[in-house]
Design a protein around this ligand. Structure first.
Ligand code: LTN
Length: 328
């Protein structure tokens, strides 16, 4: 059975862009051996408030279940609960190059203009490589923005294998198909990617937004003054973004949506989009609250930690043996 691994950071709120990636997690759970991780160690590469982080870790785990991951089918766990991640990351740090890490665009974006940049932020992609390689992962479902990190993971794995023999499985990215490679853009400024760090609450829709807030964010989304519903990412970025979101939620193709709304105003499109989005998110929110209240999530995470450790331990031993450490 092919293995799938992916991780989400427990920082900020999960927005629609993240959600589309996570829906792809759910799709994999029946045919593949899936491990999904709350990557809390990645989150401390930027400053965090401890109590907020602790709460976000459990909430993200609950959200994983609420969107449809079945704890009896997949392994859900917290990265910092499996020490092998940190151990392998150290070893891989000794096989990664300053030059290649300096070229990571996410590092450049996140470090730009900062007075202090931690080495943790710099080696973030190496920890991500460790996450993936630790489980003999075949496929990694991620958003487009993580492609470069997966490429680096493959480079590190190949480098290690060339030096020591077939130690690692070389993983492949699995990128959710969005029409024309479109990304989910900010609602207030469709030239920017929808982002956790955008301070404007109406720039994004997060999975835990109230229904009223979702309605407000969609109804005030930036469009244009043409009042023609057309899919055109450069000329009509705002309307195209609404169509992309609509299509992701309803499953309708974009051409069929363009046809459906031909001759109608943006108001109708937006009202219907509110319906489609809230109809899907409301039951997810109900389930989310129910899971948190029941306390069952801790059992799920313990079981996940045990299973993850079982898989990771022999892989880590293989690596330790390869580099010349003593294992017994
Ligand atoms: N960098 C990713 C989160 C992440 C991840 C991983 C994704 C950490 N480790 C391993 C896939 C596999 C992000 O910020 N989206």
């Amino acid at each position: 059975m092919k293995r799938v691994f992916s991780g989400v950071q427990p920082t900020g709120q999960i927005h629609l862009g993240n959600y589309i990636t996570m829906k792809n997690f759910v799709k994999q759970q029946d045919e593949k051996d899936c491990l999904y991780c709350v990557v809390d160690m990645h989150s401390i590469t930027l400053p965090q408030d401890p109590e907020t982080l602790r709460k976000s870790i459990i909430e993200l785990a609950a959200l994983y279940v609420a969107i449809g991951l079945d704890p009896n089918k997949v392994t859900l766990f917290i990265q910092s609960q499996v020490a092998a991640h940190a151990e392998l990351a150290w070893i891989l740090n000794c096989f990664s190059y300053m030059g290649e890490l300096s070229r990571m665009t996410q590092f450049k974006d996140k470090s730009e203009g900062k007075q202090v940049v931690t080495t943790g932020l710099f080696t973030y992609p190496v920890l991500m490589a460790a996450d993936i390689l630790l489980y003999d992962t075949h496929y990694v479902p991620v958003g487009n923005d993580q492609k470069q990190h997966i490429e680096l993971t493959r480079d590190i794995a190949n480098r290690f294998n060339n030096r020591f023999g077939e130690i690692f499985v070389v993983p492949e990215p699995m990128i959710a198909k969005v029409e024309d490679g479109a990304r989910i853009m900010s609602l207030d400024d469709p030239t920017l990617k929808m982002s956790k760090s955008n301070p404007n609450p109406h720039s994004k829709i997060t999975l835990l937004d109230s229904m009223a807030q979702i309605k407000k964010s969609i109804m005030r989304a930036t469009t244009d003054s043409e009042a023609i519903i057309k899919y055109d990412l450069t000329e009509k970025a705002g309307v195209s973004n609404l169509l992309t979101i609509y299509s992701q939620f309803s499953g309708d193709s974009i051409p069929s949506l363009v046809e459906k709304y031909e001759g109608q105003g943006y108001g109708t499109l937006k009202k219907d989009l509110v319906e489609v989005v809230t109809a899907e998110l409301e039951p997810i929110q109900n389930k989310f609250h129910q899971i948190l209240q029941s306390g069952d999530i801790y059992d799920v995470l313990k079981q996940g930690r045990n299973r993850a450790t079982e898989i990771a331990t022999p892989v880590l031993d293989r690596v330790k043996q390869a580099v010349g450490f003593v294992t017994y």
